[in-house]
Design a protein around this ligand. Structure first.
Ligand code: A2P
Length: 276
């Protein structure tokens, strides 16, 4: 497995396994399968309500905790110092671990709550900073933060975020947010790197899959990597899990990348951080 290195030196496996909407007992089995086919980076969240099962999957897999990069997130309802502390404590308990590799603020406060949003993001951030300094969390970051959410946080932070996780796939590149985050030294991670499968039927993605002898999903995942973005694919099938890791033997040419970047931009919609 190859790694990206966060600005604090922490290494993070270049492909992670997403667990959104992987709920109930099946989550344990899916996590076990993901670990058995080679994933060493798991991404969950308090809001996914599957941390107990993810923890059980890790325990049952036989893979040592230290060999797994484990991420969880603090939900938006918990954006205060005390609630963030409690959220992380509950995550640790449910996941059955005494440290996290990465913890993210899941969504910024909506900008409609203008009076409070910066203040709330920041008080939650202070809790993550404390846990980072106490070595309970090896790296801290944010998710779905656009530049106008990130800027005030960057200004006040004692420890600036190491990661920003965004929706990202061909047809939804969030260029401004990605470039701003990368310029500020954050690693960008991609949720829904396959565009919830909609992108897999796009004519250009299909054309490039044929050209490179890869699947449309592999084109999407390589699209992320070639833009220095870490993809977090999810799948319930061992075959597709494996295929989604098999993306280290090719790169997308600059010409083809330009074409992919120029696809009409349509995100999942309605989930803009300020409206969600
Ligand atoms: P499945 O569980 O049947 O594999 P995203 O992460 O962009 O939201 O997309 C998730 C969806 O992509 C899941 O429904 C998953 O379905 C599907 N998926 C994952 N990997 C592949 C793949 N290699 N080819 C096709 N579909 C995939």
């Amino acid at each position: 497995m190859e790694y990206f290195t966060l600005y604090n030196g922490v290494k993070i496996p270049k492909v992670g396994f997403g667990t959104y909407k992987v709920i109930d007992q099946s989550a344990q089995g899916i996590v076990e399968t993901a670990l058995s086919v080679g994933y060493r980076h798991l991404d969950t969240a308090r809001m996914y309500m599957n941390e107990k099962e993810v923890g059980a999957g890790i325990a049952a897999s036989g893979v040592a905790r230290k060999d797994i990069f484990l991420t969880t997130k603090v939900w938006r309802d918990d954006l205060s110092y005390d609630d963030t502390m409690a959220s992380v404590e509950n995550s640790l308990k449910d996941l059955g671990t005494d440290y996290l590799d990465l913890c993210l603020l899941h969504w910024p406060m909506p900008e409609t709550d203008r009076e409070k949003w910066q203040e709330k993001d920041l008080s939650a951030w202070r809790a993550l900073e404390k846990l980072y300094k106490e070595n309970v969390i090896r790296a801290i970051g944010v998710s779905n933060f656009l530049p106008h959410h990130l800027m005030p946080l960057m200004k006040e932070a004692e420890v600036t975020p190491m990661v920003n996780q965004l929706e990202y796939h061909p047809g939804y590149c969030q260029a401004h947010a990605v470039h701003y985050s990368q310029q500020q030294g954050l690693l960008v991670e991609a949720w829904s790197p396959l565009g919830r499968t909609r992108v897999l039927e796009d004519a250009l993605v299909l054309e490039l899959a044929e050209k490179y002898g890869k699947t449309p999903a592999q084109i999407c995942l390589r699209f992320a990597l070639d833009n220095h973005v870490l993809p977090l694919p999810k799948s319930s099938s061992a075959e597709r899990m494996k295929a989604n890791l098999d993306i280290f033997d090719f790169t997308i040419s600059p010409e083809d990348m330009s074409r992919l970047m120029c696809m009409p931009q349509t995100g999942w919609g309605g989930h803009h951080p300020d409206t969600f």
